[in-house]
Design a protein around this ligand. Sequence first.
Ligand SMILES: NC(=O)c1ccc[n+]([C@@H]2O[C@H](COP(=O)([O-])OP(=O)(O)OC[C@H]3O[C@@H](n4cnc5c(N)ncnc54)[C@H](O)[C@@H]3O)[C@@H](O)[C@H]2O)c1
Length: 336
Amino acid sequence: MKLLITGGAGFMGSNFIHYLLNNYPDYQIVNFDKLTYAGNLDNLSHVENNKNYQFIQGDIASQADLKKLKKHKFDALVNYAAETHVDRSILSPLEFSHTNALGTHELLEFTRRGQAKKMIQISTDEVFGETQTKEFFEDSPMRPNSPYSASKAAGDLMCAAYVRTFKTPVIVAHSCNFYGPYQYPEKFIALSVTNLIQGKKIPIYGSGSNVREWIYTQDHCRAIDLLLHQAETGRVFNIGTQERFTNLEIAEIILKKFNLDKSRLEFIQDRPGHDFRYAVNSDKLKKLGWQPQTKFMQGIEQTIKWYQEHQSWWRKLQDKNYQQYYQAQYKAKGLS
Ligand SMILES: NC(=O)c1ccc[n+]([C@@H]2O[C@H](COP(=O)([O-])OP(=O)(O)OC[C@H]3O[C@@H](n4cnc5c(N)ncnc54)[C@H](O)[C@@H]3O)[C@@H](O)[C@H]2O)c1
């Protein structure tokens, strides 16, 4: 099989490339990535000399860049390329439409032209908006609230239109939050762990009562493996674990693992428009035979260990106190 992984130099894309090369050593992988601040070829240093792996730099929203792939025909394309950080989407929303809406649309055209036999669109539970108590199903209405989730929803809606109008073979996967190795240290769990290692505090937006559902990287890779090999195209799947915690609970779990107390928490003013709770129902995927294997308490331990053992990887990326930095930017722009 020959696979195109877009955004393969980011957090989940690089985890999936490692997963593929470990589990399917005969597959040929092309990683196409623009290398934004979140794209990091250090994530792939172990595989850069693998004869079945190739990196091509390019923007998924640029037709000229996509032409760099013209000599290839792929059995499948898995799209991880995206602008992904909600705080950044509040500060520079247009970049999000460029990649998440227009870029996804270009990849649909790429697939429609036959350059890939199918496309898997990696999307998020955030497109459904927030819910106080319910779970979202695959056909729940999309009610995104941030420029990030709205731009992802735009990409997903175009996927649905291409399935219906052109019968383009696409599968959309709405996932809950990922955590694990190689996550950029601006995201909540990676930030909390790397801050504690440096003797800093964990910043908590608002009261920390916002609820998120969490999946460990390997479990997400196994879900995409299943969709790639066994799911019918034209379908939509949720990927979740039902392991749902408030941000404060997550921070307290991490503090406990470091034997630290709540004096290492710092409550800061909330992010504008912060969604209260996300929760997805994943029964449809479970019927295909998938189950998460890593419980949060085990995954968080593995994640902390990874960040403790790979300090040279993240220390060069963590040049700011991210949450406080975004909060100051909101104030400067009159957003809070
Ligand atoms: N991180 C999460 O918790 C989470 C949860 C659900 C869904 N998702 C989705 O999973 C996917 C991957 O997320 P992640 O956290 O690994 O992202 P990330 O921010 O770590 O990496 C994104 C990658 O995409 C690349 N990229 C950005 N714009 C590009 C463009 N125009 N052309 C080509 N490459 C480009 C970046 O260089 C980077 O390598 C995204 O689609 C995201 O919306 C993420």
